[in-house]
Design a protein around this ligand. Structure first.
Ligand code: GAL
Length: 375
């Protein structure tokens, strides 16, 4: 009896908490509070875009660890950057009775139909790192502040080149992320809102002419799938076409590390040398090869997003959803997906340079000295 009563109380409490959760956050889609015990061991579907970009491997592994530690079962899938494959994998998770889907979309505009199926099955959807657009059937979004990522890159260039004090002109080559990645729009806007005034003043010059007229034109310099090889060949083309007469590149706006790696390889191939004419290069993600390049003087900074904290936050949100609690969000206005403002939780990115690798990346346990090849 006692057990039954406890169960009834638990269900009652969960329902009350669930209702208060819905009423306490009117902008969230909320969820009817299931009985807490009914979701123990529930299946969580984790859909990641690709293993070819380093950070997603870290994201997936950490999410699995955290969710399994909470007693859930997990299905982690990587879609090789193929949208059809991602859709099919998500459909399989629905068929396997997943209770929550955590999705880092390859292309956030392609999931409308499969997420309608998920909604019809009562499945809650969390957009992971990248917003999912054009559908009401995404319940939450968890990411780092994407616009701030770009702002940090732009401000780093502004400070290092002393642009505020009128220094220049400097030769800049800007790049943007994958045209199908909603985040890339925000990264570029954050940086360009800092740098465009210096283009207009003539302190920053773009010899290749590849300077978007506005934030909205970012896709004109986008690199599909964030591919290192594509960034390398684009930089090679610009060097061959616009820098053959002795002009040098002074600064490169790279939105992330996979692009920066290709750009750095192109510069090496063109004979640029560290400590002599090597340009200032930005990045994002703290990828291992790029941190090593930072320590070697080949990259000036990376915007680090400690993916462990994103996994921690999302696993907490999953547990709140499945135990009928109010779901943590700290931003319900920044991310409209074309249908609604998606209740979001934004984490803060931070700048890491060669001088802060020890304190930020090694002391935090993100990398070991051995990882980085330092004794
Ligand atoms: C973005 C992500 C970044 C960037 C890129 C490549 O959506 O937020 O971390 O590295 O994809 O994965």
């Amino acid at each position: 009896m006692k057990l039954k009563t406890m169960a009834a109380l638990a269900v009652g409490a969960a329902l009350v908490v669930g209702m208060s959760a819905c009423s306490s956050s009117p902008s969230t889609s909320g969820t009817t509070a299931p009985a807490a015990t009914s979701n123990a061991g529930a299946l969580i579907g984790i859909s990641m875009p690709t293993t070819t970009l380093e950070r997603w491997n870290n994201d997936g592994a950490h999410l699995v660890d955290k969710l399994q530690a909470l007693g859930y079962t997990t299905d982690l899938e990587y879609a090789d950057n193929k949208t059809d494959e991602q859709i099919s994998q998500i459909q399989n998770m629905i068929n396997d009775n997943a209770k929550v889907l955590v999705i880092a979309a390859i292309d956030g505009t392609t999931l409308g139909q499969v997420l309608q199926t998920a909604a019809d099955a009562g499945i809650t959807v969390i957009a992971y790192d990248r917003l999912i657009n054009g559908t009401p059937n995404v319940d939450y979004y968890a990411t780092f502040d994407n616009y701030k990522v770009g702002t940090l890159q732009g401000q780093f260039i502004e400070t290092q080149l002393d642009l505020k004090d009128g220094k220049g002109p400097f030769n800049l080559e800007p790049f943007a992320g994958s045209p199908d990645d909603n985040n890339a729009k925000f990264f570029f806007a954050g940086a360009w809102d800092v740098l465009k005034p210096y283009i207009d003043s003539g302190q920053l010059v773009v010899p290749s002419g590849k300077a978007p007229a506005s934030d909205d034109d970012w896709q004109s310099i986008g690199i599909q799938a964030w591919a290192t090889a594509t960034a390398q060949s684009e930089m090679q083309n610009r060097l061959n076409s616009y820098y053959s007469g002795g002009a040098k590149v002074d600064v490169v706006l790279s939105p992330n590390d996979s692009l920066a790696l290709g750009i750095e390889q192109a510069l090496q191939g063109a004979g640029y040398t560290v400590g002599s004419d090597w340009p200032l290069i930005t990045g994002q993600d703290g990828d291992l090869a790029n941190v090593k390049n930072m320590l070697a003087g080949m990259q000036a900074m990376t915007v680090w997003k400690d993916t462990r904290t994103l996994g921690d936050q999302v696993s907490t949100m999953v547990d709140q959803i499945l135990t009928g609690q109010a779901v943590d969000t700290n931003d319900t206005t920044s991310y409209n997906n074309g249908v609604k403002n998606v209740p979001s939780y934004l984490l803060s990115p931070q700048v890491v340079t060669a001088d802060t690798v020890q304190t930020d990346l090694i002391d935090s346990g993100f990398y070991t000295k051995a990882d980085l090849g330092i004794s």
